[in-house]
Design a protein around this ligand. Structure first.
Ligand SMILES: Nc1ncnc2c1ncn2[C@@H]1O[C@H](COP(=O)(O)OP(=O)(O)O)[C@@H](O)[C@H]1O
Ligand SMILES: [Mg+2]
Length: 280
């Protein structure tokens, strides 16, 4: 008999304007795995937090798009006990910007100048025109990521984050150039494309170099299924501006779901199966 798998959707709050795309890639991947003979149960993160695992008592592997710390903590405790989880919970936590920035800086992954600040700081330092990004998860509502044109705007954003319980903010130098979106699985499958809403310059750049930068960053964070944003500037230099766990793969759903399902199947031990906990 084939192993039982458990899939966990992304929190709806973490999928602004992408709720259905995010759910579709997970559903499609699950369909592919069922076609390979794996029993695959689907759970919403709130069900996992409530301890509702009826019908999936003993997954051999968990694959998930969820991102909230409480659920990640629950899954992480199982991962420490030997449960295989894709992406590993620690790697998803590493996509919180207050972790990503130091990790990628230390590994010398090319990024625009980027600094993290506690939002409690009364005045933000002199960055001038800069991208302001909440320091934890990616954009979940308007104002979480925006281009500030003055120090006053930065100060206001810091205040706003503080009032919402967000402890850190990240300021990042604005880089002119072509905005690239990319998707990757492991060290093999990689796709990139130009973001559609932009005046494209089509600056020449090395595609192998882009792939190398992205795969290095993914490896540093520990991500197996990932996507993000990069900018190519006039001289052909490439900087990474964002790296996320398990994106929607919207333009490549058919192809990506197959590659992801193959990867998950290859990682599933048919013998191993253990009970999943029933409380956070
Ligand atoms: N340093 C930067 N230089 C130029 N554009 C940026 C920069 N940082 C972000 N952007 C723009 O803002 C968008 C959102 O930023 P990103 O860091 O990807 O956050 P998120 O995906 O969480 O909204 C990017 O796709 C890009 O268009
Ligand atoms: Mg992004």
């Amino acid at each position: 008999m084939n192993a039982r798998l458990l899939a966990i959707y992304r929190e709806v709050r973490h999928s602004p304007n992408r709720e259905s795309d995010d759910a579709m890639i997970l559903d499609r991947t699950a369909e592919r795995l069922r076609a390979k003979g794996f029993e695959t149960d689907m759970r919403r993160p709130e069900d996992v937090a409530r301890g509702d695992f009826s019908g999936s008592a003993a997954p051999a592997l968990v694959f998930m798009m969820c991102e909230r710390e409480d659920i990640l903590g629950l899954v992480a405790s199982q991962a420490r006990g030997g449960l295989r989880v894709i992406n590993p919970p620690e790697s998803v936590l590493n996509t919180y910007r207050f972790r990503t920035i130091p990790l990628l800086k230390q590994a010398k992954v090319p990024m625009p100048r980027t600094e993290l600040f506690p939002v409690s700081r009364k005045t933000a330092p002199g960055f001038g025109k800069a991208w302001v990004k909440r320091g934890d998860v990616h954009n979940t509502q308007k104002g979480d990521v925006f281009l500030a044109k003055s120090k006053a705007e930065i100060d206001k954003a810091f205040k706003d984050y503080a009032s919402r319980g967000i402890a850190h903010a990240c300021l990042q130098e604005h880089v002119e150039g072509d905005l690239i979106k990319f998707y990757g699985v492991g060290t093999g499958w990689f796709k990139w494309f130009y973001h559609k809403d932009q005046e494209l310059k089509k600056f020449r750049f090395s595609e192998p170099e882009l792939k190398k930068i992205v795969q290095k960053a993914a490896r540093v964070l520990g991500l197996e299924i990932y996507g993000g944003d990069a900018i190519v500037s006039a001289a052909g230099s490439i900087v990474l501006i964002d790296l996320n766990a398990w994106p929607s793969f919207a333009l490549f759903r058919d192809e990506a779901s197959q590659v992801i399902a193959d990867h998950i199947a290859s990682q599933t031990s048919r013998e191993r199966s253990r009970p999943f906990p029933t409380t956070v």
